[in-house]
Design a protein around this ligand. Sequence first.
Ligand code: F6R
Length: 262
Amino acid sequence: MDVIIASNEQEAGRIAAAHIAHALRGIERPVLGVATGSSPLSTYEDLGRRIKEGSLDLSQARAFALDEYVGIPADNPLSYADTIRTTVTEPLGFDPANVRTPDGMADDIAAGAKEYDEAIKAAGGIDVQILGIGNNGHIGFNEPGSSLVSRTRQVCLTRETREANARYFDDPADVPTHAVSQGLGTIMEARKVVLVALGEQKAAAIAAACEGPMGAHCPATLLQMHPDAVIVVDEAAGSQLQRKDYYADVQRLMPEDQRVVD
Ligand code: F6R
């Protein structure tokens, strides 16, 4: 696990995007795992800049969203399907036919979730999974206590997650109680993971994820077992890390031929 501390949100986005672009280099039809929420927005912006400059092309790429609320139709602006359309599909030039979100309106959610995992597999697996992290350490909507080998499935959101996401809804009571989320086992199969965390409210979760004991109490700790995970934080989100100096040394002393940040 590489931990990179950026000085602000824009720099975090540039670093995360550099890692994503580097990992996708030479892949003809890359497969991205994409997150909603505020954390990856500067990353998406920087990917957009690279596309505009001509150093990245995602027009042939495919994308699988991490999660979707249960009970919010895809054409509702509060759905994650619509959020992915406006933050990823359109600005980054994906073919909409190549972008999928779990179906939170399916009559048979379990069957839809199983099919979603199969579709990821059929696409050849995810090359790069972009993640945020919840204040409670969730990744996707795998809340504390989730099975570390879970697959895409319906999950019940914690009260703290519903409170954190209430900012998008007119009435906090409208925040869905359930979602369909890629499982921790699904996320761990991605060949590379890039997690972005911003702000003081993520500091405890980031310290636990990077330096705490691994376990279901903080699902993001599982990334310690991932062979190629990069955690990009701003200074506030990294403020409770104990080994900041070492993380800075790793970046500063990295051999030239291993540098991915441009
Ligand atoms: C979003 C997702 C969540 C968020 C997390 C952080 O698709 O799966 O895990 O990444 O809740 O949300 P923000 O970035 O809004 O702080």
